[in-house]
Design a protein around this ligand. Sequence first.
Ligand SMILES: [Zn+2]
Ligand SMILES: [Zn+2]
Length: 263
Amino acid sequence: MKIRILGCYGGQLLGFHLTSFLVNDTILLDAGSPTEILTLEEQSKIQHIFLSHTHLDHIKDIAFLADNRSLKRWSGDADAAPITIHSLQDNLDTLSEHFLNNKVWPDFTKIPTKKDGILKLQSFESECTVQIGDVHITPIGVNHPVPCTGFLLDQAGVQVLFTSDTGHTDRIWEVANAQPNLRAVIIDCSFPNYCEELAEMSGHLTPKGMAKELKKLNKLGEVAIYLYHMKPETLTEMATEVEAENIPHLRMLTQVDEFIIEA
Ligand SMILES: [Zn+2]
Ligand SMILES: [Zn+2]
């Protein structure tokens, strides 16, 4: 399994991009930044978007991916295939009503033609695995102010867990602990410790909160831990606080990270 980090921050500043991970060149986990990072050719390989929730920092580039792809199709490129967005039905409804609603942005499920839109919406249910090729993706509900799922990815018998945006939560750790070959966990760590109350209110974690969550992971010490969703303006302060937690095999993600996770 190849995971390329396109953006890993919980805020947008010059040079810092919003959450988006590209799996095996074709599957996108959240869409905060793909059109800022990928060439048109790289974008054209994306076939599926797994959407954790509908906060703007995770959906923003659905708009521009769809626009680019649609124009390609209009120009006669037969390879400009539709992109399927997978998420909870609640989230797909929110996308349709509040984002792709012909007011904020055109409804690309009906463009370039009404019958054959460039976006397809496909609902999933929490803890029901979706298979794309030989990648198995299982959404798991987490704790955020809107409906939100993390994702367990499994390919060739090895697993990677992405918590998505979450405050303190339990079920995802039970699922993680049931995996035979969990290799990596990507976990929310958004605010520095002095923002604990803000983190709690907004369904996020601080370094202290993240360390407390990781105590629920049986294989802590054996799996790689990657932090994402840091507020870029507090990165230095957070780095010190994260280090103080002294958690093995842990580091903050960066935008140039690319992992090959093999059996
Ligand atoms: Zn969020
Ligand atoms: Zn977010």
